[in-house]
Design a protein around this ligand. Structure first.
Ligand code: ADP
Ligand code: MG
Length: 370
């Protein structure tokens, strides 16, 4: 079963781009995204090795650049397309992971968290989760337990965004449980009963996120944020009591731009390096998994030993169980529509293209002996 979906989403031109008189260079048709390089003259032949347009096919191409366009995709539609899938998996007992990848200012946080009155995937998934829980509880189908945690990886260090005030540590250790996989030691987990509980925690965590001004965008976040929902269902109806645990990781990655593109120096540069280390490793992990899945579908290929370098970065180690085998993975690559961001946008489109080939075989996390 193919369980990796890759979506690309283009946002509207922002003020800065309009002020620069930037040109719109992204077009989308069905699931295809085309980028135009305005520096290559129209009608240029392949002789120069440069084409004017490049087209990529993804699972979804979301045109969110103009609300007046008939093909406009709003937050609600992204949720219906991708978020509902995540919820379905969680209730079936699978792990799921959604991550937003892209240049700073391209719409990662907008897609994941959203704005006031224009909620993104995380709040919509949480809301959907609780409405389904209350439906099922009314029908006495099962009992549920939901816990959330929210952390940030900054400079390859893990910080709890929901820690109690008294706790001092902001460099938590990652450990690996032989059965349950990697986890963060001493990370706070918060039991939530309804959407209002989650909303409060989300707000508190967002305020705690490390943001630092860079040349690109003053509110740009230089960290990876992972919002995790631990979801347990206990079934009564079978003869044996049975508990199913699913994890949903919702990941807002740090900006994918190279440190040098933002005029970063000193400390900023070091941060940039580490952020890229996590993103580069994520790319390598994804590509290794793509190799593995191609081997699995090709009966003629010899069994290759492919090393998946999960441990090379904190991000990939933590996401290990959401990026292979036991999980459903969704990647949303967010892009700017403007020619001034051509280089970064092309690199995002290529990165997303690499992720397409992963095929996971999810297994249900069911333990009939509890
Ligand atoms: P990132 O998290 O990738 O740095 P943001 O999500 O903060 O970027 O987006 C930058 C700005 O653009 C924000 O003001 C955000 O509200 C706006 N924005 C991003 N994507 C969209 C979109 N699809 N529609 C409308 N506004 C958007
Ligand atoms: Mg952001």
């Amino acid at each position: 079963m193919a369980s990796v979906k890759v979506a690309v989403r283009v946002r509207p031109m922002n003020r800065r781009e309009k002020d620069l008189n930037a040109k719109f260079i992204i077009s989308m048709e069905k699931n295809k995204t085309t980028i135009t390089n305005l520096k290559v003259p129209e009608g240029a032949t392949g002789d120069t090795g440069r084409e004017r347009t490049k087209t990529f096919t993804y699972d979804f191409s979301y045109f969110s650049a103009d609300s007046k366009s008939p093909s406009f995709v709003c937050q609600e539609m992204v949720f219906k397309n991708l978020g509902m899938d995540v919820l379905k998996s969680a209730f079936e007992g699978y792990n799921a992971c959604v991550f937003a990848y892209g240049q700073t200012g391209s719409g990662k946080s907008y897609t994941m968290m959203g704005n006031a009155g224009d909620a993104g995937l995380i709040p919509r998934i949480c809301e959907g989760l609780f409405s389904k829980i209350s439906e099922k509880t009314k029908r006495n189908e099962a009992s549920f337990r939901t816990e959330v945690s929210y952390l940030e990886i900054y400079n390859e260090r893990v910080r709890d965004l929901l820690r109690r005030k008294s706790s001092k540590t902001n460099n938590l250790r990652i450990r690996e449980h032989p059965k349950e996989g990697p986890y963060v030691e001493d990370l706070s987990k918060h039991l939530v009963q309804n959407y209002t509980d989650v909303e409060e925690l989300m707000e508190a965590g967002n305020i705690n996120r490390t943001t630092a001004a860079t040349g690109m965008n003053d509110v740009s976040s230089r960290s990876h944020a992972i919002f995790t929902i631990n979801f347990t269902q206990a079934q009564f109806d079978s003869e044996m009591p049975c508990e199913t645990v699913s994890k949903i990781h919702l990941v807002d990655l740090a900006g994918s731009e190279r440190a040098d593109a933002t005029g970063a120096t000193g400390v900023r540069l070091k941060e940039g390096g580490n952020i890229n280390k996590s993103l580069v490793t994520l790319g390598n992990v994804i590509s290794a998994l793509a190799d593995l899945s191609q081997d699995a579908t090709n009966p003629l290929s010899k069994k290759k030993q492919v090393f998946v370098p999960y441990r090379d970065s904190v991000l990939t180690w933590l996401l290990k169980d959401s990026l292979g085998g036991n999980s459903k993975t969704i990647m949303i690559a967010t892009i700017s529509p403007a020619d001034v961001n051509y280089g970064e946008t092309l690199s995002t489109l290529r990165y997303a293209n690499r992720a397409k080939n992963i095929i996971n075989k999810p297994t249900i996390n069911e333990d009939p002996n509890v």
